[in-house]
Design a protein around this ligand. Structure first.
Ligand code: IPE
Ligand code: IPE
Ligand code: MG
Length: 246
């Protein structure tokens, strides 16, 4: 049986989040510059989006650009923004045909105008689609997201719209970029790095982590299926004992 056939379709994670890492190292291995790796990474995105749809994942969040990534050399940042615009403009029709809904999280106002316009257009076009929701994390940082939420809550308290006693997990979640999205059951990071890099700190509180040595441009849907199978062999205890789960 291949990977896909082994997956228990009634226990597929509703939400998978991926830190797509290793484009630069992949390019270096090929004797190319880092930007070539980012371009190749788009093929992996296409394959993973397709695979997620095939097994019924409802939400797929891809970490495409972190707040910290603005500190990379200007040529690389510019190339990534251009790639973002061209990829969205080229792929939207296909995504729409596949009933994919596009969303974005992060400090989107800091993106170049052309990027934001292209993004908003695709989001608008696909907003009523009912298949996979593809969430792009762009200029995203979890600490930024939490501070942003805290500021909104503080303003509500100041305006007497909320009492301090009513600040709860639910209230904070309402103000996160991911307010309409369930928490990821599974987080995947490629390229052998074992860290979160400021990704979804709040939402990953109880997620299962899957790390693979595969560099992002080599990652394909079969690798996503392998990660899902690995996830399905774990026991999620949420603080309880094994026996309590029986
Ligand atoms: C991930 O690949 C893509 C982004 C962060 C935009 P990297 O560019 O981080 O590749 P490595 O980690 O240097 O190999
Ligand atoms: C994390 O990758 C961000 C994205 C994948 C977009 P990085 O390659 O930027 O992470 P660090 O800096 O090595 O932790
Ligand atoms: Mg990296």
């Amino acid at each position: 049986m291949n990977q896909k056939e082994q997956i228990n379709l009634s226990a597929v994670p509703k939400h998978i989040a991926i830190i797509m890492d290793g484009n630069g190292r992949w390019a270096k291995q090929q004797g190319e510059n880092r930007i070539y790796g980012h371009y190749e990474g788009v093929n992996s995105v296409r394959s993973v989006v397709e695979g997620a749809g095939e097994v019924g994942v409802k939400y797929l969040t891809l970490y495409a650009f972190s707040t910290e990534n603005w500190n990379r050399p200007k040529e690389e940042v510019d190339a990534l923004m251009e790639l973002l615009v061209s990829t969205i403009s080229m792929e939207t029709a296909e995504l729409h045909k596949k009933n994919v809904r596009l969303m974005a999280i992060g400090n989107l106002d800091s993106l170049p105008k052309s990027c934001l316009e292209e993004l908003n257009e695709s989001i608008k076009l696909t907003e009523n689609n009912t298949g996979l929701t593809l969430v792009l994390a762009l200029s995203y940082s979890a600490k930024w997201e939490i501070i942003h939420a805290v500021k909104q809550i503080a303003t509500k308290v100041k305006n007497n719209e909320l009492s301090v006693e009513d600040i709860s997990e639910l209230e904070l979640e309402k103000h996160l970029c991911t307010h309409s999205i369930p928490e990821p059951e599974l987080m995947i990071r490629t390229s052998g790095e074992h860290r979160i890099s400021n990704f979804l700190l709040w939402q990953l509180a109880y997620s299962e982590f899957y790390f693979t040595e595969i560099l992002w441009p080599d990652f394909r849907k079969i690798d996503l299926f392998t990660a899902i199978l690995n996830y399905q062999n774990r026991e999620r205890r949420f603080g309880k004992t094994s026996e309590q789960l029986l």
